[in-house]
Design a protein around this ligand. Structure first.
Ligand SMILES: Nc1ncnc2c1ncn2[C@@H]1O[C@H](COP(=O)(O)OP(=O)(O)OP(=O)(O)O)[C@@H](O)[C@H]1O
Ligand SMILES: [Mg+2]
Length: 276
C-alpha cells in the first residue's frame, strides 16, 4: 500500500497533463482590417473528441490552423500540449509532427498510390536524405500496410489516389495522419458531402482509433447532429466568435459555455442562428 502511494503520480501532475489545447481570448486575422476569429476561449481535454460547427466563413478552418501552429494569434494566448506555438522552437516543431492535420482539401497526392500517400505521414521521422529520396525503411512500409487494413483499404494499396471514391480518399487521408503516430488529430470537414452511412463508418473508425491510440480528435463538421453524436463537446462558431459550447449528457443537450441554457433554448438559438 505504501509503495503504491509512493509510485502514484501526484494529483497535480494528473491535472496538469489533462488539457491538450488551451486557448484564451484569442483573436487572429489574415489582414490588418478584420479579425477572422474574435475572443475565442477553448479548453480541450486529452483523449476527448471535440467538434467545431458553424456556417461557411465563420472561422472553423482558421481555428484548426491555430491549433496546429500554422497561424498564430494576434491577441490572446494558445497552448498546444502546454507549449506556445513557435516555429523557431525545436521542441514545438517536434511536437507538431505529432499533430495529424487533415485539411479541408485532404491534401492527397493524386498521381501516387494509396500506400505512397500513407507513407508520407512517416516523413517527419526519417533522416533528411531518406526523406528527400522518399526511401522508406521496411518497418515503415509494414506499418503503413497495417494502417491501410485498419482504415479498410485492404487490396487498394497500389491504386492511384485520383482513382478513389470520396469515402476512400478520406480513409487515405486518415491513414496518412495515423502514420504520424499522432497525439492530436485535426480533421477539417472530413465527412462532409459523404452519405449518411459512409460518414458514420468514418466517424466510427476515428472513434475506435481514439481508444487504441489515446488520441484527441478535433473535427470540423457541417452537421450539428453528427457532431453531437460523436463529440464530447461541440463549439458553435458564428462570425469568428464562439456563441455556444454544448454536449450531450443522457437525453439532454447541455450548455457548457454558460451553464444557463436549457436543451430547448440551445436548439432554438442554434436554429435561429442557422437561419440568418
Ligand atoms: N487565406 C486567407 N486570406 C484571407 N482571408 C481568409 C483566408 N482564409 C480564410 N479567410 C477569411 O477568414 C474567414 C474565416 O474563414 P474560414 O476558412 O476559417 O471559414 P470556415 O468556417 O472554415 O468556412 P467553410 O465552411 O466555407 O470552410 C472568412 O471570412 C474567410 O474569407
Ligand atoms: Mg473551412
Amino acid at each position: 500500500m505504501e509503495l503504491l502511494q509512493m509510485t502514484r503520480p501526484s494529483s497535480f501532475s494528473l491535472i496538469s497533463t489533462k488539457k491538450i489545447i488551451q486557448m484564451n481570448n484569442v483573436y487572429t486575422s489574415y489582414d490588418s482590417k478584420n479579425y477572422a476569429l474574435k475572443g475565442i476561449s477553448i479548453s480541450i481535454d486529452r483523449g476527448t473528441n471535440y467538434a467545431i460547427v458553424g456556417q461557411s466563413g465563420s472561422g472553423k478552418s482558421t481555428l484548426l490552423k491555430l491549433m496546429n501552429g500554422m497561424m498564430i494569434p494576434s491577441k490572446g494566448t494558445i497552448k498546444i500540449d502546454y507549449q506556445t506555438p513557435n516555429m523557431k522552437n525545436k521542441q514545438f516543431k517536434l511536437m507538431m509532427h505529432k499533430i495529424g492535420y487533415i485539411p479541408q482539401s485532404l491534401g492527397l497526392i493524386k498521381n501516387i498510390t494509396v500506400l505512397e500517400n500513407i507513407l508520407i505521414g512517416a516523413l517527419p521521422r526519417l533522416g533528411k536524405i531518406q526523406s528527400l529520396l522518399k526511401m522508406f525503411p521496411e518497418e515503415e512500409v509494414i506499418e503503413a500496410k497495417k494502417i491501410l487494413k485498419q482504415v479498410g483499404l485492404e487490396g487498394k494499396e497500389n491504386r492511384k489516389a485520383y482513382m478513389l471514391s470520396g469515402g476512400e480518399k478520406r480513409r487515405v487521408a486518415i491513414a496518412r495522419a495515423f502514420m504520424q503516430k499522432p497525439t492530436i488529430l485535426l480533421a477539417d470537414e472530413i465527412v462532409s458531402e459523404l452519405d449518411h452511412i459512409t460518414a458514420r463508418e468514418i466517424m466510427a473508425l476515428i472513434a475506435s482509433a481514439q481508444k487504441t491510440m489515446n488520441l484527441t480528435a478535433i473535427m470540423v463538421h457541417h452537421d450539428i447532429q453528427l457532431a453531437l453524436e460523436y463529440a464530447n463537446r461541440v463549439a458553435v462558431i458564428k462570425d469568428g466568435e464562439k456563441i455556444l459550447e454544448i454536449g450531450v449528457e443522457g437525453d439532454k443537450i447541455v450548455d457548457f459555455q454558460t451553464g444557463n441554457l436549457t436543451t430547448e433554448e440551445i436548439m432554438e438559438m442554434y436554429s435561429n442562428e442557422s437561419k440568418k
